[in-house]
Design a protein around this ligand. Structure first.
Ligand code: URP
Ligand code: ZN
Ligand code: ZN
Ligand code: ZN
Length: 492
């Protein structure tokens, strides 16, 4: 046999084009693409299927270990099963840093836990405490191990950096050729709004959105870009939720600044209405940046269409509802002290932030984007895998339909109409914010490095079969070479 597996007669969608061809796989990589390929040991009839690269979810929180000793409910085994069921074959999650601790002393054993993954994976290193020890010794060692991206928060009490600390992280990344990702919201503005809302007795989940309106995100996005420009360090702005923030990115890109924008399915499908659900169920939709008005959806779609927002991730960060995790106020992803309300539920500010969406990310994007005619298939591929691969140093290996790339593939049934419902999902969280949503287009088969990892909702890949993805130097993370007055402060 010439191939281990041949997918015959499918419609291939790459980041650039759509065409009919057979695809031959050998030793886990794509060996050939063309018509009339010779036989494989195994053959799959792909007629009527659309074949895209497997998804790369470059922003998800899996089994994060908190400073309070708790681990997030979503384990590497469950989170990666959910990923594969939804067409995502690799993801990038987060190595935490606990404030007051070195990287080595934070979340011990986390990288070892990740070995339980069924999908391929890498990490962004969160920096919450950029001491000289961390920046000069630990981060260089991390980059040498192939962990070539850092994440910083400009809000959340236990996580946020000051502008001065942020600049030091940017300069360190510059020297090492690492990408920096940023959570952009103004910490003090949110705190001020929260205090006023609580004082006014406004404590419902909806007030989570009131505590952090678009201007809070716009200001921090503007500031993050300005500081990145000052240090000449490429950044990606995480989870852009509104036109105001997207416009900052577009304006900077037009000036030649190396800044990219990410958004998530929740920001084009969910809204304030979900925060208003009765019986505290609005807590299920609490995430940051907050959900906006429905009118914002069309503006975000336009920024997806014009390329300002060129990566769609899940920002999967699950806290179950019935087990009261969403109400416990114990996560780092909340803001300020918990205030109990008369019925025992917490005020909005103590609800841990985040929604679970690693499994539904690609189907929702396919259905709302491709099936509804908002984006074409190559754009879908760029948003769901190819651009993230470029941005984080995995191009050529992931997000690519070309000989030599890993054989990570999704066979879509583009006409299948279904409804999202919790009972059919594989994640460890007890709800989905997309419950009842009608979807057109569903992944029938997921192939990870040449192996059938999911067939018709059944996950076949075993825990531990995923591989760590080390990342080497790449051009996109390189600086632009432009610094004010020709003085390169980051190089000193
Ligand atoms: O609400 C969110 N997004 N939770 C996850 C943590 C983060 O800010 O990305
Ligand atoms: Zn964030
Ligand atoms: Zn501005
Ligand atoms: Zn996140």
């Amino acid at each position: 046999f010439d191939y281990d597996l041949v997918l015959r007669g499918g419609t291939l969608a790459s980041a650039a084009e759509v065409f009919e061809a057979d695809l031959g796989i050998r030793d886990g990589v794509i060996a050939a693409i063309g018509r009339g390929l010779r036989r494989g040991r195994e053959e799959i009839d792909a007629r009527g299927r659309i074949i895209t690269p497997g998804g790369l979810d470059s922003h998800c929180h899996i089994e994060e270990l908190g400073q309070d000793g708790t681990a997030q409910e979503e384990s590497f085994a469950s989170g990666s099963a959910a990923a594969l069921a939804g067409g995502t074959t690799s993801f990038i999650c987060f190595l935490p840093q606990w404030k007051g601790h070195s990287l080595a002393a934070s979340a011990p054993g986390y990288a070892e836990r990740a070995r339980r993954s069924r999908a391929d994976y890498s990490f962004h290193q969160i920096i919450t405490d950029p001491t000289p020890e961390v920046l000069e010794r630990e981060v260089p060692a991390l980059v040498a191990r192939g962990i070539r991206s850092l994440k910083v928060f400009l809000t959340y009490d236990p996580l946020r950096l000051t502008d001065g600390e942020f600049l030091q992280v940017l300069a360190t990344a510059r020297r090492l050729g690492a990408m920096v990702t940023v959570h952009c919201e103004n910490f003090d503005a949110i705190g001020w709004r929260i205090q006023a809302l609580l004082k006014a007795g406004l404590t419902d989940p909806l007030q989570h959105a009131w505590s952090r309106p678009p201007v809070v995100e716009r200001e921090a996005t503007h500031r993050a870009i300005a500081l990145a420009e000052l240090a000449d360090q490429p950044i990606q702005v995480f989870h852009v939720s509104c036109e105001e923030a997207a416009a900052e990115i577009a304006a900077a890109r037009a000036r030649g600044v190396k800044v990219w924008g990410e958004t998530c399915p929740q920001y084009v499908t969910l809204s304030h209405d979900d925060l208003r659900a009765p019986d505290f169920a609005g807590a299920k939709a609490v995430c940051s940046p907050a959900l906006r008005d429905r009118a914002e959806h069309a503006r975000i779609w336009r920024r997806i269409q014009d390329g300002t927002l060129d990566v769609v991730t899940s920002d999967h960060c699950g806290f179950s509802f019935a087990t009261a995790k969403k109400a416990a106020g114990s996560s780092a992803y909340g803001t300020g002290a918990a205030v109990q309300r008369p019925d025992g539920t917490p005020a909005f500010n103590a609800i841990p932030n985040g929604v679970p969406g690693i499994e539904t990310r690609m189907p929702v994007l396919f259905s709302e984007g491709v099936s509804k005619g908002r984006i074409d298939l190559p754009t879908f591929v760029r948003l769901s895998s190819a651009n993230a691969a470029k941005l984080f140093g995995l191009a050529g290996r992931k997000g690519t339909l070309a000989p030599g790339a890993d054989a990570d593939l999704v066979l879509w049934d583009p006409d299948r109409e279904t409804t999202i419902t919790q009972s059919r999902l594989h994640h460890a969280i007890d709800y989905t914010p997309w419950e009842g949503m009608a979807i057109k287009g569903w992944p029938a088969l997921t192939i990870r490095r040449g192996e059938v990892a999911m067939r018709e909702g059944e996950v076949l890949a075993a825990p531990g079969s995923g591989r760590f993805l080390p990342r080497g130097p790449y051009a996109l993370a390189a600086p632009s070479g432009r610094v004010p007055d020709g003085f390169d402060a980051a190089a000193v």
